[in-house]
Design a protein around this ligand. Structure first.
Ligand code: PGA
Length: 237
């Protein structure tokens, strides 16, 4: 069953979230694993049975009392089963680095929360032919240091996020395979691998044709319920 992970980022206010929740609770999401990731204050609003809940963040601190942080235990207590770690926006704007990702992953594992670990090259990396090297580094520097449990990888080229530009289908397919091969080679295991970056109702058909892909991570398209419906229909076709 393929994943559709909806990352609302810092969008929606209370009234919008309530409207969205009422609409999404009505949607049929059979044969797809739908995961909704609203901002932390809105997590507890979602009570439908046709999706699972994810959080955009989890504390990187271990056993510390810290204002403003959210623990894995807290997330689990409101039914959160997934957490995003390593999203490029957090790498860029919050200066998060490998040790943060390692600690966050450990906190999630300890609370039986699945991790969606995001990796991806910048445009500069790509133009310099460094994509595979960067991805391998992002994988090994973090995954060498955690228990390999409950981890899904999301391949999200930084230059494709929120830009309307996506890699060629062939490129996505090859990169997904590279990631799967690396994980198998290094850790003798398999992870599900998702693609994210400017997916919408118009390009989902071709992206969904990629055989080795286990699902999709959508940002801006997830804010529009009609797009979500169309994307869901395409995935189960
Ligand atoms: P986008 O965002 O779909 O708006 O490109 C994807 C993401 O950041 O996960």
């Amino acid at each position: 069953m393929k994943y559709l992970v909806c990352n609302f980022k810092n969008k929606f206010v209370k009234e919008e979230i309530i409207k969205y929740k009422n609409q999404i609770n009505e949607i049929e999401a059979k044969k797809v694993k739908l995961v909704l990731i609203p901002s932390l204050p809105f997590l507890a609003y979602f009570d439908g049975s046709n999706y699972e809940l994810g959080a955009q963040d989890i504390t990187s601190f271990i056993d510390k009392t810290i204002t403003g942080e959210v623990t894995g235990e807290q997330l689990k207590s409101i039914g959160v089963n997934y957490v995003l770690v390593g999203h490029s926006e957090r790498r860029i704007y919050k200066n998060e680095i490998n040790i943060d990702f390692i600690n966050k992953i450990n906190n999630a594992i300890e609370n039986e929360i699945n991790i969606i670990y995001c990796i991806g090259e910048t445009l500069n990396d790509k133009e310099n032919g460094n994509t595979y090297m960067v991805l391998e580094k992002q994988i090994s520097e973090v995954l060498n240091n955690v228990e390999l449990k409950n981890i899904i990888i999301a391949y999200e080229p930084v230059w494709a996020i929120g830009t309307g530009v996506t890699p060629e289908i062939k490129e996505i397919k090859e990169t997904i395979q590279f990631i799967k091969d690396i994980v198998e080679e290094k850790y003798d295991t398999n992870f599900l691998v998702l693609y994210g970056g400017s997916i919408n109702k118009d390009n989902i058909e071709s992206i969904n044709s990629i055989k080795n892909l286990d699902g999709f991570l959508i940002g801006s398209s997830s804010l529009n319920i009609n797009q979500v419906k169309e994307i869901l229909l395409e995935i189960v076709k």
